[in-house]
Design a protein around this ligand. Structure first.
Ligand SMILES: [Zn+2]
Length: 309
């Protein structure tokens, strides 16, 4: 079976202003890298807009309304110093969440083995009731909630190898025994959550903290000894990935020392988990990654690995 790619030109219209690391060029370089002939057999689809009902499985209705009402008709607005709004932000954010919903439908419906969502704004910092850290809606959480609501899948695991802790995704998962969130992230770093002591109400949260400058050995050790065993005991019906590439050594925001090879390796390990428990079903979603060259190369390496699953 094939690998699907979900994206949409509307995701380029979220304008964060001059010099902002979470810029439209990120998505341009990712899509351009995926134009290489290596990806000839990648099945490309336009992301639909997420519906209110899909968002409201994760975000309270009043918060969704307030967020969409805050989108400016011209110029820029902001939620906080990092989280900027432009006239195109609303549709971009709805496409980003909608991509994950559509990817879940395709993978859980048996149309594809796995899928990658090349979208922005990212989502893993978005709390149910608070947009923050470049993130509007929690795209991966909206997808996980959709999988459970419409595909009769009980257990969904989300693995997050972005250099930052996905505080919003952890909040979404921590009180539900049928959700699992596992993260490798630099510690300490923004947003300040993700201590190893945060284990979730059912032991369903695993935070593997990596010290600044940690590289391949520490990352692979954490995945192998903490996340994989926890996933094997959780036995997900669907594996989702918050694929941030800002733990790359070239990244200006993160301070870890990973390379493309590490992203290939972790993708292979997660494919093995999905094969053991979830009939191979993986939906992967772009999160961070702010060095354009490292982001393009790492995303290409990740997607190429998904294609040979
Ligand atoms: Zn990040």
């Amino acid at each position: 079976m094939n690998t699907l790619l979900f994206s949409h030109p509307d995701c380029l219209d979220h304008d964060t202003g001059y010099g902002h690391p979470e810029c439209a060029d990120r998505l341009r370089v990712v899509l351009s890298a995926l134009e290489d002939e290596t990806f000839m057999f990648l099945d490309r689809r336009d992301a639909p807009l997420a519906t209110r009902a899909q968002l409201e499985r994760v975000h309270p209705p009043a918060h969704v309304t307030a967020l969409l009402d805050a989108i400016p008709a011209d110029g820029h607005g902001s939620i906080d110093a990092d989280t900027v709004l432009s006239p195109g932000t609303g549709r971009a954010a709805l496409r980003a969440a909608g991509a994950v919903v559509a990817a879940v439908d395709a993978v859980c419906g048996g149309e594809a083995r796995n899928a990658f969502c090349a979208v922005r704004p990212p989502g893993h910092h978005a709390e149910p009731d608070q947009a923050m850290g470049f993130c509007l809606f929690n795209n991966v959480a909206v997808g996980a909630a959709h999988a459970r609501a419409t595909h009769r899948l009980r257990r969904v695991a989300i693995i997050d190898f972005d250099v930052h802790h996905g505080n919003g995704t952890q909040t979404f998962c921590e009180q539900d025994a049928d959700l699992f969130y596992g993260s490798t992230h630099q510690w300490p770093l923004y947003p300040g959550t993700g201590s190893v002591k945060e284990r979730g109400m059912f032991g369903n949260i695993v935070n593997a903290c990596l010290p600044p400058m940690a590289g391949s050995p520490e990352f692979r050790h954490a995945i192998q000894t903490q996340l994989i065993p926890a996933l094997d005991s959780f036995k997900p019906d669907l594996l989702m990935i918050s694929a941030g590439f800002d733990a790359h050594m070239r990244d200006p925001v993160g301070g870890l020392d990973l390379t493309e090879d590490d992203f290939v390796w972790v993708t292979q390990k997660l494919i093995e988990v999905a094969d053991r428990h979830a009939k191979g079903r993986i939906v992967s979603v772009l999160e961070g990654g702010y060095d354009l060259r490292a982001l393009a190369n790492s995303t290409a390496a990740h997607v190429k690995t998904l294609m040979v699953a």
